[in-house]
Design a protein around this ligand. Structure first.
Ligand code: CU
Length: 130
């Protein structure tokens, strides 16, 4: 085995290590807010405290929650389209939710909170905290 061949093997191993490290970092940086376990929330009767994202709309468009309660947003899109639940006033931001990913937000303050989807600003909703 020549020196040149050894160098090639060493360099290939180093490159593989760097690639693995790079990928690992990429995955940890882009982990969704919550694991995509929301599929169950997308079927059957509408659960209370849940806002589904279906067909480029929030359902229900107005969700009501008791003060201190929480709302779970879940991307029920039938495609790979990502959506967000983003407070108009910057109170919360789910960031992009892949299909079936969920995002939970607690509401300690009474009031009416408008929100939208960042990539689709025509998608609008309101959380009413009583
Ligand atoms: Cu959207």
């Amino acid at each position: 085995m020549s020196i040149r061949a050894n160098c090639t093997y060493a360099c290939a191993a180093l490159a593989a290590l760097l690639a693995a490290a790079g990928l690992g970092g990429c995955f940890s940086d882009h982990t969704p807010v919550a694991a995509p376990t929301g599929r169950d929330l997308c079927s059957g009767a509408q659960p209370s405290g849940v806002v589904r994202i279906v067909d480029f709309a929030f359902t229900p468009a107005q969700a009501t929650v008791a003060r201190g309660g929480k709302v779970t947003f879940v991307n029920c899109s039938s495609t790979a389209t990502e959506h967000s639940s983003t407070s108009d006033a910057g109170v919360w931001n789910s960031n992009l939710l892949p299909q079936y990913a969920t995002f939970e937000q607690t509401y300690p303050t009474a009031g009416s909170f408008a929100f939208h989807c960042t990539p689709h600003p025509f998608m609008k909703g309101t959380v009413v905290v009583q």
